[in-house]
Design a protein around this ligand. Structure first.
Ligand SMILES: *[C@@H]1O[C@H](CO)[C@@H](O)[C@H](O)[C@H]1NC(C)=O
Ligand SMILES: *[C@@H]1O[C@H](CO)[C@@H](O)[C@H](O)[C@H]1NC(C)=O
Ligand SMILES: *[C@@H]1O[C@H](CO)[C@@H](O)[C@H](O)[C@H]1NC(C)=O
Ligand SMILES: *[C@@H]1O[C@H](CO)[C@@H](O)[C@H](O)[C@H]1NC(C)=O
Length: 389
């Protein structure tokens, strides 16, 4: 918008110049024409600025100017090309609130074929408090796979990330809000991550991760595993007893019956269809928001139950993220410097069997948590030998 205004101002100067010259020459017709041009340009400028104030004035007060600029461009580009729908936003810091964003993110094309070459990408959604102590592992993991992935960071809104321009995490923060464990603000943050990633039409698979997660396989293995899977991966099981069905509230019926109630870890991998469903849901969300409050931990039940009701046939009902609950207590084990050995990862990969595309498989986990910052050094020592990157 500013460049357009600048161009108009320049034109105005050029038009205005002959007026000054013609004063002595006394050419009324020419003067009239020039004045008229001047008037029209001024009128156009006036209308344009009224338009700008009406539509962008309020947002401009809240946000910084460069953000508003990126939002204005599509107004002029959209009618002439699909590029604004195809190309991801270069600046992730838009100024849509959640209602605007979720609405926009829920758009789904009905023509199956894409009118451009689409390379499906994996969206890595990092739900963090602040820094990413294990970032060097991820940098190594992503190296050489540009164009096959996108990264989104949701951290505490007060946290200012300072990744260097060479980092894959550089400027990948999305507008964030405070997210607290066990309450709806956590699911809101997950939906916010999904919605931002949905704005890039090439993102096809969506993986939720934390700052304590690491990849257990190289990128190409993970890419093939997801792209060939007939199911999305969401831990969802029906657990009797106080920590499962015991958290169900009868006020949730008839939308959610007790036989529909599911439990599972929040770390999911879903395809684009399910991601849209999660962002678009307005049937189950109000029920969970009102009736699943601690000691009902909503991030362990909401998406798990909702997707099990809506799309049970699309779910593998297991998570791809390895977690160790064997030490007991309310939180899973955290692995530090002393835990990270070749033997440790061999136990993870050999210790389980699962079902993949209705066949038994021994490759069950693509990611693992929770790793302390102290695990970074020994992990970097092992990645090429153990994970192949
Ligand atoms: C979101 O922003 C729109 C204007 O863009 C406003 O009309 C709407 O009320 C806002 N919604 C919420 C929940 O704040
Ligand atoms: C829950 O049960 C009621 C009555 O049996 C039924 O009408 C409703 O469809 C069920 N809800 C779901 C999500 O299956
Ligand atoms: C996952 O569980 C649902 C029931 O909630 C079931 O219908 C579906 O077949 C299960 N998926 C797999 C891959 O077994
Ligand atoms: C890294 O590996 C080398 C050689 O295998 C070993 O000597 C060194 O102690 C390891 N460092 C850490 C931090 O594990």
């Amino acid at each position: 918008m500013t460049s357009r205004f600048a161009a108009m101002e320049e034109g105005k100067e050029k038009e205005a110049a002959p007026v000054r010259m013609s004063k002595s020459g006394a050419l009324p017709v020419r003067l009239l024409m020039v004045s008229l041009t001047f008037l029209l340009v001024g009128l156009g400028l006036c209308i344009a600025s009224m338009f700008a104030v009406k539509y962008f004035g309020i947002q401009n007060q809240i946000s910084v100017a460069p953000v508003a600029e990126s939002n204005i461009r599509p107004c002029f580009d959209e009618p002439s090309s699909v590029s604004s729908w195809v190309n991801p936003l270069s600046n992730l810091l838009h100024n849509m609130n959640d209602s605007d964003l979720f609405w926009r993110a829920s758009f789904v094309p009905r023509v199956k074929a894409y009118p451009f070459k689409r390379v499906p990408k994996i969206a890595f959604l990092f739900l963090t408090k602040g820094p990413l102590p294990l970032a060097p592992i991820w940098e190594r993991f992503f190296k050489g796979h540009e164009g096959m992935y996108s990264i989104y960071l949701h951290s505490h809104p007060a946290y200012v990330a300072d990744f260097p321009a060479s980092s894959v995490f550089h400027q990948r923060q999305i507008p964030s809000q405070v997210a607290e464990w066990g309450v709806m603000s956590m699911c809101d943050a997950e939906r916010r991550l999904l919605a931002n990633a949905l704005l890039d039409i090439s993102n096809e698979w969506f993986i939720l991760l934390s700052e304590a997660c690491i990849p257990l396989q190289k990128f190409t293995v993970i890419y093939l595993y997801l792209s060939r899977s007939r199911h999305s991966f969401m831990g969802a099981f029906d657990e009797p007893g106080p920590y499962g069905r015991g958290r169900y509230d009868w006020n949730m019926a008839p939308e959610v019956n007790i036989t529909d109630w599911r439990k599972g870890a929040q770390w999911f991998e879903v395809n684009r269809k399910l991601a849209v469903d999660m962002v678009a849901d307005d049937v189950y969300y109000p029920k969970f928001k009102e009736f699943c409050r601690p000691a009902c931990y909503v991030d362990e039940h909401y998406f798990q139950t909702m997707l099990s009701i809506q799309s049970p046939h699309l779910l593998a009902n297991r998570s791809l993220t390895y977690v160790d609950w064997s030490r007991g207590g309310a939180h899973p084990a955290t692995f530090g410097r002393g835990d990270v050995t070749e033997e440790f990862f061999r136990r993870i990969s050999e210790g389980s069997t699962c079902v993949y595309n209705d066949q038994p498989s021994s490759l069950c986990f693509l990611f693992a948590r929770k790793f302390a910052p102290s695990a970074l050094e020994p992990l970097l020592n092992l990645t090429s030998k153990v994970f192949g990157f």
